[in-house]
Ligand binder design. Structure first.
Ligand code: ATP
Length: 583
């Protein structure tokens, strides 16, 4: 495929205001792709060159892209900087300067998708002395052969600013529409995606082996599986009512890890499925020593633990272990323990289809006694009082609460189901749980805050069915001066001049932003609201948070992993039930 075709599709995608239209443009684009290029088209459209767990990034800063533009156009870097300052966009800068290019290329070939992808991949793989220069040259080569429009996308790519905002569900729907003309294959495609977390691979398989190939999809060690998630319920009684006799585990407040092992090779993936193996040498060593299987995929929560006092350290301390530098020193200061709670694969067998009680037995059998890996503490309860007592004890020990697990449920990859139910401590007059919201826009400071170019956030929850972000809260409190400064900078960098296609909001902030950041938010309760669009039906009100306040930035979640509209409605119902019980 010529890159021109992709650039034209991007232009259309940028102009759409609706998700269905976005899907239609993509499925039309897929019709023009061959099976050996569809994966590249998908990666490029998502602004990456490989699935996130591969950790392969082009990694070129703005200054270097400016140099590449200068090299390709013949304009001095100073001139490039000047245009960039005016337009605020490296893509527009490249486009404008290429239009009035000083030097003509000697010969220019039409660029192919393959060529653009290959150059980006080579840039990503260049390292060591002189690597920046080599990367600049490769980028300049592309820009030199590009039309101004193509150049605008090529220049944005290396700095992570492609800004098409296409979500995974939209791509899955578009693949289904391409193959079947409707959404009927979405579920099967999603299952394959949940097992490998690689949309490029799913698409390539669909193109080369059809839906049969998708049906034959199997777990592969070192391809992370999309994590199972927990539902919420407000009380021990409701949990037992819902799933009956169940397993109850402590809810450890640390870092979720999915660990893959094949012989001596070990990889650790985060909740967002990013590779973080190098940060946790003690866990890698512990897995090698204690896991009694040649191949295995297991999950657990890792946290810092004070061996002398037997206390768990607070979450913030564990988080300090997520770092690039000083890994060894921090690992010695705060070594982590891994509380294993599930097993998904062992020695050629897929355990995700097995019921929890079997998986737990296998986990107990495969983890040898040792210092680093522990089994999550668990009991089986069929009486709410037993569950309640275990919950109280967990809180007393400084934990977040408990996770109850349906003894007969499969491991539901990539979904929030009642197979797992979390129960957390709730305080009177406060929402039982915090929620994780996506920042969709922000407001400028007024009054005391006028000195900042930041005064509050407009936040949304995720509508999984529609792949759309719907507004649920305006947040004006909970920010320290330092945080306001931080937001001013962070959000200033991602502001856009229009509402994105996947955003649904009737409230207009001072600035819209790219969907990038997730924040944890506490509130007093959930109320019905005529102004917010979360859960809003025809002629019906939406839902909103009452007295929302920012707790923290949540770095381990992507926008698609934020709290969903369905969860907000569930929480609203839960709150009503509890209020009735209290009166
Ligand atoms: P939260 O912010 O409440 O941790 P979340 O959105 O990150 O929620 P959920 O799936 O809703 O994730 O809640 C379950 C989370 O609890 C898991 O992601 C995992 O990190 C953590 N956890 C701690 N202990 C356990 C356990 N024993 N079993 C399963 N998950 C556990």
């Amino acid at each position: 495929m010529e890159f021109r075709v992709l650039a034209e599709a991007y232009e259309k995608l940028e102009a759409t205001r609706g998700r269905l239209e976005m899907m239609a443009i993509l499925s039309e684009l897929f019709k023009e792709a061959k099976s050996d290029e569809i994966d590249k088209i998908i990666y490029l459209s998502q602004g990456v060159i490989a699935p996130p767990f591969e950790g392969i990034e082009v990694g070129l800063g703005e200054k270097f892209v400016e140099e590449a533009i200068s090299l390709a156009t013949g304009y001095q870097v100073k001139k490039v900087e000047e245009v960039y300052r005016r337009t605020g966009d490296l893509g527009k800068t490249a486009e404008e300067l290429l239009l009035s290019k000083k030097q003509m290329s000697l010969f220019s070939h039409p660029l192919s998708v393959q060529k653009v992808f290959d150059n980006f991949m080579k840039m990503a793989k260049t390292s060591g002395a002189g690597s920046q220069d080599a990367k600049i040259k490769r980028l300049a080569e592309l820009l030199n052969n590009a039309t101004p429009k193509e150049a605008s996308y090529i220049a944005r790519f290396p700095v992570g600013k492609l800004r098409l905002g296409i979500g995974d569900p939209t791509i899955l729907d578009a693949l289904s529409a391409y193959k079947a003309g409707d959404k009927s294959l979405r579920e099967e495609l999603e299952r394959a995606y949940n097992l490998c977390s690689d949309l490029g691979l799913v698409a390539r398989t669909l193109f080369s082996d059809g839906i049969e190939g998708i049906r034959k999809f199997r777990i592969k060690v070192f391809n992370p599986i999309r994590p199972a998630l927990a539902e919420r319920l407000p009380s021990a009684e409701e949990i037992i009512e819902k799933i009956g006799k169940c397993a109850v585990e402590r809810k450890y407040d640390g870092l979720r890890m999915q660990i893959h092992k094949q012989n001596e090779k070990v990889e650790i993936f985060s909740r967002r499925l990013e590779r973080m193996t190098h940060m946790f040498p003690e866990i890698v060593a512990g897995v090698r020593k204690q896991v009694r299987a040649k191949d295995a995929i297991l999950e657990g929560e890792a946290l810092a633990y004070n061996e002398t006092s037997g206390e768990y350290y607070p979450f913030q301390l564990t988080m300090q272990r997520k770092r690039k530098y000083g890994v060894k020193e921090k690992a010695e200061e705060y070594p982590l323990k891994l509380f294993a709670f599930d097993i998904l694969y062992a020695d050629g067998e897929d355990f995700t289809k097995r019921p929890y009680h079997e998986r737990r037995k296998t986990l107990e059998r495969l983890i040898a006694y040792g210092d680093v890996l522990k089994l999550s503490e668990m009991m089986v309860a069929d009486d709410p009082k037993e569950l309640e007592a275990f919950f109280e004890e967990s809180i007393e020990k400084g934990m977040e609460g408990i996770v109850a697990k349906d003894l007969n449920a499969e491991y539901v990859a990539g979904a929030r189901k009642f197979a797992w139910i979390k129960l957390k401590r709730s305080y009177k007059g406060e929402l039982a749980d915090t929620v994780d919201l996506v920042i969709i826009g922000y407001f400028l400071g007024k009054g005391m805050r006028a000195k900042f170019k930041f005064g509050g956030l407009l936040c949304a929850v995720y509508d999984e069915k529609e792949d759309v972000f719907r507004s649920v809260a305006k947040i004006g409190s909970g920010f320290s001066e330092e945080q306001m400064k931080q937001f001013e900078e962070m959000l200033g960098r991602i502001k856009v001049d229009h509402k994105l296609a996947r955003v649904d909001s009737e409230i207009k902030p001072d600035f819209w932003v790219d969907l990038t950041y997730v924040v944890t938010v506490a509130a007093d309760e959930i109320t019905r609201s005529p102004t917010h669009t979360a859960g809003k039906g025809k002629g019906e009100s939406g839902y909103a948070l009452r007295f929302p306040r920012m707790v923290d930035l949540r770095g381990d979640k992507s926008p698609e992993e934020a709290t969903t509209v369905a969860e907000i409605i569930e929480m609203y119902k839960m709150q009503k039930r509890t209020q009735l019980e209290e009166t």
